[in-house]
Design a protein around this ligand. Structure first.
Ligand code: FES
Length: 103
């Protein structure tokens, strides 16, 4: 899959599975790190902060910063701690709340 992303996949040609990110279909390498695969597919914003609505994306890629939070499997999880699985439904968490805060 060619995108405008500055991130490259290490194993081009790996078997692909269909996932959905915010309702858009993406074919990602099965078993790949979800955060890395989404970045390579061109996803630049994983979530927005609940207070200011600032866009966030993976930073540490090791489970420490929580900037990669996504909603999947019925909860909010760190994308960098997940593997790509067929049929995953992934969404930006708390999108309806972004920008609603009065702080
Ligand atoms: S990128 Fe830091 S916790 Fe996922």
């Amino acid at each position: 899959m060619k995108t405008d992303s500055p991130f490259l996949e290490l194993q081009d040609g790996a078997p692909r599975v269909r996932v959905w990110f915010d309702g858009q279909p993406l074919d990602l390498p099965a078993g790949a790190n979800l955060a890395a695969a989404l970045l390579a597919a061109g996803v630049q914003v994983f979530r927005h902060t609940p207070v200011s609505g600032a866009p966030r994306a993976p930073f540490c890629m090791m489970g420490a910063c929580f900037e990669c939070l996504v909603e999947t499997g019925g909860g909010v999880r760190q994308a960098c701690m997940l593997e790509v699985e067929e049929g995953m439904k992934i969404a930006r968490p708390h999108e309806a709340e972004a920008g609603d805060a009065t702080l």
